[in-house]
Design a protein around this ligand. Structure first.
Ligand code: URA
Length: 434
């Protein structure tokens, strides 16, 4: 087989066979196919797309390019969750202990933040002592005993995706639906869970800006997972406004804990309850309404928060920080952003808010760069709310006071004002299942 023939075939819009995709993925992972040929192939795929069958084969090849975790000992109770990424998205910190407190086994590998989006690993590392690397034995033991372990991506899980994703990142071929679907699902399938909930974010803070694109991606991912014998549900959720009011690592831990204490932002809680309920439905084999009632009970009774404390302590974290927030990293400088005039907030460009938080030190522009866990933004007003001139819209938290001016400009620049109240936005835009 010759790589040039396969590039040509895709360039002409033809479908590749399983053997051809296997040849490309194995050759690329082994370093036998150079980046320049693989970039031509990904660009041809970007323009020509892939059939569902090709996408499934590509996923299968990437999944088997490295280790595959065996969670079969947990049967139907093994669960996983994936978010396509957003701003203020701390749902994993809330959903994992809820589901674990109901008998689910969440063995999850998460990523770090990049660009305007946050990552679960960074959020967890803001808790003093928390370890995001565990040996395979310690990881499994913790999943068994506590019901949840979340670590950084293991070294040899889907190496094909690691290489291909890095290539797509620098060749502007990330936003191709078959390439995103196979990238995400290869990782989820290799991580081994029987039931998976996918949170596909839509809007200005998401990777996919329109509901139609998000639905197409969700349908592909659900179909791939189902054909591999997994229970997969995708929720399309609104990322046209930040999720909750807190953006930034330690700040998001606080907001997540507040939800588990039965307080906190109702919108954030509503999204988490839906995500958790779909997992509980699958892993406990019960109707969705019953699962939802159990999930709400675990929050209200404090049982889910107790599970969170056990989980954090099991991974070396100081669980006292979940009761006494002064034990979390603290910013030396707080700056209030005041409304330049009165009116209603009609829209917030959520990517810009993520960027305004990153500028304060909460995010990184280069992979693996250090971040300031204390930095971030607490919004006091969000889309749809009325604001008086001079009222505080947000408070910026940073240890680099010189960044506050730029962050303030970005935050104010993200807002579109209106002189009248607009209809409230829906949070959950759709559910896709087999
Ligand atoms: N997230 C992934 O894991 N892969 C993609 O291709 C895009 C987002």
């Amino acid at each position: 087989m010759r790589v040039t023939d396969l590039i040509h075939k895709k360039r002409e819009g033809e479908a590749l066979t399983h053997e051809e995709l296997q040849f490309l993925i194995r050759g690329y992972t082994a370093g036998e196919i150079p980046d320049y040929q693989m970039s031509a192939f990904t660009m041809a795929t970007y323009f020509r797309g892939m059939t569902d069958q090709e996408t499934a084969w590509l996923t299968e090849e990437m999944m088997h390019s490295g280790d595959v975790v065996d969670l079969s000992r947990f049967g139907n109770r093994s669960v996983d969750k994936h978010s396509t990424g957003g701003v203020g998205d701390k749902t994993s910190l809330i959903v994992a202990p809820i589901v674990a407190s109901l008998g689910g086994k969440m063995a999850k590998m998460s990523g770090r933040g990049l660009g305007h989006t946050g990552g679960t690993v960074d959020k967890l590392e803001s808790i003093p002592g928390f370890q995001t690397t565990l040996s395979a034995e310690a990881f499994m033991r913790q999943v068994d005993e506590v019901g949840v372990a979340i670590i950084g991506q293991s070294g040899n899980l889907t190496p094909a995706d690691k290489k291909l994703y890095a290539l797509r990142d620098v060749t502007d071929t990330v936003d191709s639906i078959p390439l995103i679907a196979s990238s995400i699902m290869s990782k989820k399938l290799a991580a081994g869970a029987k039931s998976i909930v996918l949170d596909v974010k839509v809007g200005s803070g998401a990777f996919l800006k329109t509901e139609a694109q998000a639905r197409q991606l969700a349908e592909k991912m659900v179909s791939i997972g189902t054909s591999c014998g997994r229970n997969v549900t995708a929720l399309l959720t609104n990322m046209d406004l930040p999720l909750g009011y807190y953006v930034g690592n330690a700040l998001e831990v606080i907001e997540a804990v507040e939800v588990l204490k039965g307080r906190g932002c109702p919108d954030l809680k509503a999204v988490c309850v839906e995500l958790a309920s779909h997992l509980v439905k699958h892993c406990q084999g019960m109707p969705l309404d019953d699962a939802r009632a159990h999930v709400l009970h675990q929050i209200e009774s404090g049982a889910a928060f107790e599970t969170m404390k056990k989980w954090i302590a099991a991974q070396g974290g100081d669980a006292r920080a979940l009761e006494d927030y002064s034990l979390l990293p603290q910013a030396s400088h707080k700056h209030r952003v005041l409304a330049p005039h009165g009116g209603y907030i009609a829209h917030m460009d959520t990517q810009k808010i993520g960027e305004a938080s990153a500028v304060l030190g909460a995010g990184r522009t280069v992979k693996d760069a250090p971040i300031d866990h204390a930095a971030g933004i607490v919004l006091h007003k969000k889309t749809g709310e009325k604001v008086e001139a001079g009222e505080a819209i947000a408070t910026l938290y940073t240890n680099q006071p010189e960044t506050a001016g730029e962050s303030e400009r970005m935050l104010l620049g993200s807002i579109r004002w209106s002189d009248h109240e607009e209809a409230a936005q829906k949070l959950i835009l759709g559910v896709v299942q087999a």
